[in-house]
Structures are given as C-alpha cells and as structure tokens.
Write a protein that binds this ligand. Sequence first.
Ligand code: SF4
Ligand code: SF4
Length: 314
Amino acid sequence: MDKEERAFYEKLEGKGVSRRDFMKFCTFLTATMGLSSSFIPKVAEVFAAPAQRTPVIWLHFGECTGCTEAAIRAMYPWIDQLVLEVLDVEYQETIMAAAGHQAEEQLHNAVEKYKGKFICVVEGAIATKFNGGYGKVAGKTFLQTAKEVCSKAAGVICIGQCSSYGNIQAAKPNPGGYKGVGAALGIKTVNIAGCPPNPINFVGTIVNYLLLGKLPALDDIGRPLFAYGQTIHDNCPRRGHFESGEFVEVFGSKEAAEGYCLFKVGCRGPETYNNCSIVKFNGGTSWPVQAGHPCIGCSQPDFWDKFTPFYQEL
Ligand code: SF4
Ligand code: SF4
C-alpha cells in the first residue's frame, strides 16, 4: 500500500468507516456493475488512489433536487464524499458556495477551461415550447444553457427521470413542452432513470468510466444495461406468488404482509426495467415492493401518462 492509499484509509477510519466496510461496499458496487470479483481491488483503487480527477459540471433544470439528495445523502453516509473526491465538481448549484453572478462566472469559466474534457451531469427536464420560455435561470432558458454546456462536454449523464425522459414536467398537458435532455437537444445521453434513481447506478456509471475509460453499455433508450437490463418482476421475491396466483387485493391486508403478489393493486414490475429488487435503497435496507407498495414504473419513459392511475391493474 502506498502513501496515498494509507492516507485514504486513515481518513476513512477517521470517519468511523473500517477498511472492511469499504471493501464490502466495493464488492457490492463491482457486482452491481456486472464485473467479475477480480475487479474489486481495481474498483477500490478508483477511490483510494484516483489517477486523475474528472471535471464535472452538474446542471439543474426543471426538477425537485431529489436526485442530488439521493446521490449525496441517502446511501452510505460516507460515499458521497468519496465520489466528490474522485470527481472534480466544478459547478453544482446545490452544494457550491458561490451564488448569483459569481456562480454564473464559475459555470462559464469551467466550460471554457475543460471544453471537450468534462462530464456534464444533468438533473431536470427542459422546456422546449416558446423558445424554452417556461424555464429560466439567470436570464437564460434551460434550453440555451443546455445547448451551450452539453455541446462542449465529453459526455452527458442524465441523473433521474426528469432529465432522462421529462418525468412529471412532461406529463399531460405539458404546456411548456418539457422533454428529457436527449429529446430536447437531439443528442445521445446516458440515462440513469428513476424517480429518484438509485445512487449506486450513478456511482457505478462514474466508476465504470474512471476504471475502463468508457461509459457503460446502454439499452436502446440510453440506460446502462448493468442496472436496467432486467425487469423488476424478473427478480422480485414475490414472484412465486404471482405464478401461483396469490394476489394482494387490498393494501394493508394479511396477504400484503405475507408477501403475496401486488399485481392486482397496480404493480408495474412486469414492464419496468430497473434493479431495485437487487440493490435496494438506503444502503440495501428495503425497496418499495418489499415494503408492500407496488412498483409504479418510475424508470420507464412516459410513466406518468402511461401508468396512471397507479393503483389499478393494467
Ligand atoms: S409484486 Fe410486482 S414485480 Fe413482484 S411478482 Fe408481483 S407483479 Fe411482479
Ligand atoms: S420499484 Fe419501480 S417505482 Fe419503485 S423505485 Fe423501483 S422502478 Fe421505481
């Protein structure tokens, strides 16, 4: 172990995180990314001895900031800091100290300085009707800012359902013509879908890039296959009850507590691609179907219009 790695583990211990806990996290992350266990030490190295810090510009458009909250707070309480340390976050409105003109200047300078080299992370949908007039920050429309910044990025990662496919902003009647970033700008994006997305899928995408020098393989709507290659239903622990026809008819019933299938109370698991049942939320504590709530299809395009009313069998 070199000096840098030793300092890294001492710092972790200072936060009350043992090396064993950290390696457990790296094992979990490696498995989530679909890599063999031989990659675990390499994944650990990405955090412990990063070769270089990748510049990131993180834009916020029409959204609730839940994705930032999910990414930086809700998982392992210490992983947010590790991720922020392997990345060089040049602009992020929620966590940066600068405000107003100072913040605008920081965005402009970072885009020019790292032109063609930075990753643009986008959170939020973009208004496209009336020249984008339904969404503005600092006198510029989301559409203008997105065009200026994304066109100069090495790659664009959409975090969450809003930037991926428009989400609730794009639900009918959608007067502002809100769309996801790819559709609004006519570009290819990596879409970490979900409302909110699971932070591990964002971290896995970033680590894949740092480790292998490329973004992960995607499905035909831009979602990383390691996370969105199978449906919720494929890996649901209630699946045996689906097959034997044992359904929950009423919320809060004895059947729900016993883990019967939620299809009749609206579960969209059979049509929804995501890995919630495998990686779960909040450090692997639970996930909606485990807690007795049907999957509402939050990582599928148009899920508000296509899947509502949520609690009725399709
Ligand atoms: S609860 Fe949903 S995901 Fe699970 S088996 Fe039933 S329909 Fe499939
Ligand atoms: S279970 Fe379904 S609705 Fe819930 S977070 Fe996962 S994909 Fe979204």
